[in-house]
Structures are given as C-alpha cells and as structure tokens.
Design a protein around this ligand. Structure first.
Ligand code: WTA
Length: 653
C-alpha cells in the first residue's frame, strides 16, 4: 500500500530492510475500508493526507462527523467553545439525545427489523432483539423509571450483571434525560456505596443475582449492604429478575422490575427528552490517586459524535458485520462500544453473559462461530488467558468470518498479539490496539484498517486528535525516550469535569503540563511516529485491564481491625498484566499468620470486589515514607523487583 497508506504493502517490499516487524493489512480490506472511502471523498489518496487535513481543520472535521453520524433535533451554533479552558464545550446550542440516534431512528426506519442485539446466556440460551424490540423495551423501562419519579438531571445508579436489561436500563435513563452511574457488577459493597453517595442517586437498579462461572453473584445482597448504609438517600431499589433465587425484598423500598413493568400504561410510547449538547449524560467512576473515586462526567453531544465516528472508521462497521465487544457494559469500553456506538451505527452485536472459559476454554470461539462474528474487540488479559490453553482449542471452531480484531485496556505484549493475530485472526485480521481512557470517552490513538501494524503499539492518533510525548519540563521527548503522554487539543468526547469537584479535574488532568491534557500514562514514540504506551505513572494499578487505585486497596485493608497501616503496589503478572502486592503493619496484639493473610485478602475482596483481592500480603514492621509522611510506593516496588531504590525513572514519582 505504499501509494495509499504511506507505508509499503508487504514485508518484502519494505526495502530499507530494518523493520520486518510491520504487519500489513490485506489490500482488499484497505480498498473497501470506511476510512479510505472518506479519504477519497475528501480528495486524498492516503490516510496520512486525510489525517493532516483533520488536524489542521479539527473543527471542520468534527463538524462533518457531527452531521454524518448523528441526527440533531436542533442544529448547534458553535463547534467548539474554548473560551474557558479546561472547561471546553462542544456543539453548543445543539439539541440531541443519543437514544434517538441509537434506537428511535432505527426502529422507525429501514433497520426496524434488523437484529440489534444477540444475547447469549452462560447456559447457552440466546435472545435476539431487533431495533423495534429494543424500542419497546427501552420505552417500557423508561416508563417504569418515570413512574418512580425519575426525571431529567437525576442520577440513577445501575448495578447489574451482563444481561440485556443493563443495556436497556442505561438507554431508558438517558431517554428521560437523567444520568446513569453504572457500577460494574464485580464491585462490592464499599465501592457501590461510595458511588451511590457521591452521585446522590435516589434510585438504584439492581438484579436478584447474576450468573458467572455457573455461580450466582449475589447482586441484591451487595446492593442491600450498600443501600442500607445510605438509607436517607436511596428511596427506591428496582430489582431485575435473572436467577430467580430467594432474596430479601425491603418493604417500601424494593420493587421488582417485572411487576412494575406489568402495571397499566407501561407499554405506551415514552418521549425521548431533547437535551442540550452540553447537558450531562452519565457519570462513570474510576480510580485515581486518592481513595475517593472520581465521578467522570460525560455530556450528550460530543460524546456520541466521537464514539460513532471512531467505531465507524476503526472497526470499519458495515451493515452485515456481526460485532462482539467482550467488555462489560459497566466499564467505559462497554458504554461507548457496546451500548452506544454499535447501536448508533445500526449494527448487529453479540453480548455474552458469562465467563470466557465456562464450561470450557472454547466457549468464546464457539460464540464467535455460532453467530458468525466478524469483529472481536477484547482485552490483552483475556487473550493471554485463552492463549494458555493452546492453539488446538480455537482450531476446533470456524473463525473464518472474522475480519478485524481489537484490543484495549493495557499494553498488549507482542507475544499475545502474535498469538491473537495468528491463531484467532488466522493472519488475515488486523488488530486494532486502541488506546483511550474513561476520561477520553472514545479512541484517541488507534490503528485503522489501512495501518501497517507493529505488535504492541497503538500506532498513531485518530483523525482530528493530536498527541505528544513530553518530558517533565514540557519539552518533546526524544525519539524512543520515555515521557508523559499528552493530548494537545480538546476533543469532543472528553470528560467535562469530575462530578462535584471541578478543581480536582483541573488539577488532575491540566496542571502538570499547563495547556495539555496529561493522561497519566508513560509512553514513547519510535522512528515512525508510532506510540508505545508503557503504563500508568500515577497510583493506579491495571489488574486484568481493570483500573484500581492503590489508595482504595489500602483503605480497604485499614478498615480491618488488625491493620494499622498498609501500602499497595502493582507488580508485573504473566496473565493479569499487573497484580496487587500489599505491605501491612499490624496493630498491637495481632500476630502475622497465614490465616490472617487469607482473612485480609478476603476482606479486601469483600469490600472492593474479587478483582481487588491482593496477590500477596507481607507483614512488615515499617514502611518507607517521605518526610511529610507519604508512603513511597516506588521504593517498595524497586525492592520487590530487586532494583536499586534510587534508580527508578523520575516518572515513577
Ligand atoms: C490503559 C479503558 C496501552 C492506559 C478504555 C490508560 C492502554 C488506561 C490501552 C485507561 C492500550 C487502555 N494500550 N494501554 N490500547 N488502552 N490502556 O479508564 O493505562 O479503564 O490510561 O479505560 O488503560 O483505563 P480505563
């Protein structure tokens, strides 16, 4: 593709001979890609030319996208209002609702009878929803919420397993102009409680339980634990039935969804609220450097524009694709690329309820075969876990319909990349290694189907996006030098603030290198301008792609009566990417023992959720601290890795 993408077509044709590492996309794919169609339309013959135009005229580019992928009730007056940085506004004056774009317009147009969602339960039962079906379900759920007093501007917490009702509930909330705050169904009491309280949710939607690995996740019990502690706040808990096992219902507070839905009038159409582009759409909590989780706020207009645009160009969605993102809708990946993106584009997608290796490690591949999946978007940790079972398992399934693969959540190690490419993609399917964050809302650095790939690199920024790698002093880092990953200009799907704490928003993202958005990741750029994300530089640990704060783990530990002080660090782990290791100073009267170690691990799991359970607990007499008393986690990390204590990158601070 030397003539089209600015890079040569095959390794053999790559005549400077120094980079046999490039993997080139099939010419067919490049030729028919959405991104090349757009480049041609704009009069360019390569992606690079198109990209250059998009960053020279970002407002023209985004405005073009805003008219192409979404419909507006009323047109916007201004593309970007940057008069009060870092509080940027996009598409001001426009009226819009993502539910119109994701559901209403399809259900009342040519996609009416197209399958939108295929849901497979862990037991293998399949449910299909057309766009028309989803419209009915979303209306019903919205009517139920309305009957419980939910209205524009309210926050509703959703705590469910991976069931269709999770998607439907989110859409129903946004339909009414309220905001959802989805808490991942693997989190426990503390995490759920702090999110309900911070968001001030009067209504909580949960389930009786969820199925995972043939076991019931006790969603309702956990919800009770959280809501009982917020009794003054939470007025209503709506319970979706999934498992049917016995649960306690709190009279006057808890109501079954199916009973509410059967009441008269609930099947009537429910109007979709016309929102201002900058009205809040949802909160999603994420771990940061301190114990208090941050409620990241996304708004109605820019978010949906960038989500639809990135999905269209990166995953090249075509009308007959069957797309499968394996994430949970409770994370940003699921928000953007399960609930909103695919539906806005009128795609058909698969959601699988359960564990990847239930009842055996071929489950995912059987799902892909059964529904003729053409695009899989997953996480490195899952690839590594499934790789362990060998090539013979995926070989039993027909994966010939696959045409694109994706990766997200952490850097993908080249070995896992190559396995994914060779065994799952059968050397035919390029891997879209998408770098982005809960904060960014949508892809920022990512290949597209025309990009020559290097295993482990997210390649280059998306159209309209400018990034850089800077030193601590704000100077461009040299080629191949580690530095801070920054975004240079505002983008439509950026977070607008941290809920209730605009100062923290400014401080966290915009103060380290004034004028730039600092992502909290270290990265480097190679001779081809390809980005290599190294990992977090703050006190966030990525465990199996999940983002956990050291401070949250520490506060869970010190909530146990035996613990006086605690420190948590992340150390490399073969499958999980990173694992949590902790150091604990016991209170007087407690002695180290295996039993106590087990008890503390369980305690963290109970407070935060099983993913946060520490890999190890070391009982120590003291912890290294700065003069001001801050625990020096980097020293603990250096010791654990056998590195000289003073010889860590300055970025680690
Ligand atoms: C990491 C997930 C390398 C990174 C969408 C980022 C990645 C954090 C990649 C955000 C990738 C995500 N390559 N690292 N392709 N994608 N990350 O908010 O450290 O859960 O800052 O959003 O994940 O995690 P979050």
């Amino acid at each position: 593709m030397a003539d089209r993408t600015g890079a040569p077509n095959t390794v053999e044709h790559f005549d400077d001979g120094t980079h046999p590492e490039f993997y080139y996309p099939p010419q067919e794919l490049v030729e028919h890609s959405n991104v090349m169609a757009y480049a041609r339309e704009k009069g360019y013959s390569t992606f690079e030319e198109l990209y250059q135009w998009s960053i020279q005229h970002p407002q023209d580019f985004w405005s073009d996208m805003a008219t192409r992928f979404v419909d507006w009730y009323a047109p916007y007056q201004q593309v970007l209002d940057d008069s009060n940085p870092p509080f940027f506004k996009w598409f001001t004056g426009g009226k819009i609702n993502v539910v119109h774009n994701a559901i209403d317009r399809h259900a009342n147009g040519p996609n009416r009878d197209k399958v939108a969602l295929i849901w497979e339960s862990e037991q293998g039962e399949a449910k299909r929803y057309t766009y028309a079906d989803l419209e009915v379900e979303v209306n019903r759920f919205a009517n139920v919420l309305k009957s419980q007093g939910v209205k524009k501007g309210d926050r509703v917490t959703v705590y469910l397993s991976r069931v269709p009702e999770l998607v439907i509930a989110m859409l129903a909330i946004v339909k009414l102009g309220a905001m959802h705050s989805v808490v991942y169904g693997g989190f426990s009491i503390d995490a759920l409680h702090s999110r309900i309280v911070d968001g001030q949710s009067r209504v909580v939607i949960t389930g009786d339980g969820g199925w995972m690995n043939n076991k019931i996740v006790e969603l309702k019990n956990i919800t009770d634990g959280a809501v009982d502690r917020a009794a003054d706040l939470v007025e209503r808990v709506i319970v979706v039935r999934r498992t049917g096992h016995d649960i306690a219902m709190h009279a006057g507070r808890d109501l079954w969804y199916h009973e509410l839905a059967a009441r008269p009038g609930m099947d009537a159409p429910c109007a979709t609220e016309q929102m201002d582009a900058e009205d809040p759409m949802f909160l999603l909590y994420t771990s940061g450097s301190t114990g208090a989780p941050k409620g990241l706020l996304h708004t109605c207009g820019g978010y949906q524009v960038q989500v639809a645009t990135t999905l269209h160009f990166t995953f090249d969605i075509k009308p007959d694709d069957v797309y499968w993102c394996t994430a949970d809708p409770g994370w940003i990946t699921g928000h953007s690329y399960i609930v909103y993106g695919p539906l806005m584009l009128g795609a058909t997608q698969v959601i699988y309820e359960g564990a990847p290796s239930y009842p055996d490690p071929g489950r995912w591949w059987s799902v892909a075969e059964k529904y003729g999946v053409t695009i899989i978007y997953t996480a490195p940790t899952a690839v590594r876990a499934l790789m362990r079972f060998g090539d013979a398992i995926p070989a039993k399934y027909d994966l010939s319909k696959l045409r694109l693969l994706g990766s997200v959540g952490e850097p993908i190690n080249p070995e896992a990349w190559r396995w994914y490419y060779r065994v799952i993609g059968q050397e035919r399917c390029p891997i879209m290694d998408t770098w982005w964050q809960t904060e960014t809302g949508a892809f920022m650095i990512t290949p597209n189907p025309t990009t020559p790939l290097k295993p482990g690199s997210g390649t280059k920024p998306f159209l309209g996006i400018e990034c850089d790698v800077l030193t601590e002093e704000g100077k461009p880092a040299g080629q191949d030098d580690d530095g801070l990953l920054v975004v240079k200009k505002p983008w439509p799907s950026m977070l607008r603030t941290i809920y209730g704490d605009p100062e923290r928003y400014k401080e966290t993202y915009w103060s380290r290198l004034p004028g730039f958005y600092t992502a909290g990741d270290a990265a480097r750029r190679d001779e081809h301008g390809y980005y290599w994300v190294i990992g977090r530089i703050d006190d966030v640990i990525k465990v199996s792609g999940y983002r956990l704060g050291t401070a949250e783990v520490e506060s869970a530990l010190v909530s146990h009566p035996a613990v006086a002080e605690a420190a948590a660090i992340g150390l490399p782990h073969e499958l999980k990417g990173n694992a949590i290791h902790t150091f604990v100073i016991l209170r007087q009267g407690f002695e180290p023992s295996d039993d106590l170690e087990n008890e503390l691990r369980k305690h963290v799991g109970k407070e935060m959720g099983p993913i946060a359970r520490p890999e190890s607990i070391s009982f120590v007499p003291g912890l290294p601290k700065t003069r001001s008393g801050k625990i020096m986690r980097r020293v603990l990390k250096a010791r654990a890795l056998g590195l000289p204590e003073g010889d860590l990158s300055t970025l680690e601070g």
